[in-house]
Write a new protein. Structure first.
Length: 295
């Protein structure tokens, strides 16, 4: 069956009806119509849109799946496109493109084949009275919540694979080729999830801009820390040089002050010779340090 049509009302009655039985103009605020199209077929989509009296429906856009979610506003309805995800029996992450047409008291979903969370939604909400009280927007919000949960389920699978890789790394030596292969696979899966989940390019651009601004602010702090560290290193270098210079002079003074007599010390100008020698040593050492860019 290509089309499933559900009519909800406030009494909690859920009726699966034929498309031909529906008159959209007779639906009241306590009724909600959900038409679930299980195949992207132009004729089927056209039948549904005709029954709902919708004009200018982008049928070609519905038949053509995209890489990124989109949303469009028309006079009497909204059309948006999302990509849900599931894990198949082989453990592969599979994208599930779903188109929504949302208007007053009706929701249309278009996709290929069964979608697990839509089937679960149908079983879970069967007989629930509040469905009929919901407007189309609230009904879609409930479905989008399940759509987000589908991503969490896949992320749990990826986290499990990462944990297994951690255990393998600790328990045994992984071959480089095997490790890189698994890493590339996980990176590609996460990149696809990000691309499929983002609403549109404007949202992605806004997120990137916010992240970029955050990184810029953090980089300013890093720059300040680096600058402070550089100044501290420069100061310590100068203090070390002064310590070595003064210490060297102290060694000379200490040697000359030893308690023994030498002909040199009998010279009345010996003191000034020593002072001149120390100053010469200090000047030469300073010039050498400047040449080596020590300070």
């Amino acid at each position: 069956m290509k089309i499933l049509v559900y009519l909800y009302d406030e009494s909690g009655k859920e009726k699966e009806v034929n498309l031909e039985e529906i008159d959209i103009n007779n639906l009241n605020d306590q009724q909600l119509l959900w038409i679930n199209i299980l195949e992207r077929d132009a004729e089927t989509v056209r039948r549904v849109t005709t029954a709902l009296h919708l004009i200018k429906v982008p049928i070609k856009g519905i038949l053509r799946t995209r890489e990124r979610p989109k949303i469009f506003k028309f006079q009497d309805f909204y059309h948006f496109f999302i990509i849900s995800v599931e894990v198949d029996r082989m453990g592969k992450i599979c994208p599930i493109p779903i188109d929504f047409l949302v208007g007053k008291n009706f929701v249309v979903t278009v996709h290929d084949g069964d979608v697990k969370y839509l089937q679960e939604f149908t079983r879970r909400e069967k007989g629930e009275r509040h469905i009929g009280d919901l407007d189309a927007e609230s009904f879609v919000a409930t479905m989008l919540d399940l759509h987000i949960v589908s991503y969490f389920n896949v992320l749990e699978k990826i986290e499990k694979e990462v944990d297994e890789m951690d255990e393998n790394i600790l328990r045994r030596d992984l071959e480089d080729e095997e490790f890189l292969k698994q890493m590339v696979k996980l990176r590609n899966e996460v990149s696809k999830l990000r691309r499929w989940f983002l609403l549109n390019e404007h949202f992605e651009s806004a997120v990137d801009s916010i992240e970029s601004s955050r990184e810029t602010v953090l980089s300013l702090f890093d720059l300040y820390t680096t600058k402070t560290s550089h100044r501290m290193n420069y100061l310590m270098k100068r203090l070390t040089f002064i310590t070595i210079l003064v210490g060297g002079m102290g060694v000379i003074a200490g040697v000359l002050g030893m308690n023994f007599e030498e002909e040199f010390f009998k010279n009345s100008n010996a003191f000034w010779f020593v002072i001149a020698g120390m100053l010469t040593l200090a000047i030469l050492t300073t010039l050498y340090a400047r040449r080596k860019s020590w300070f």
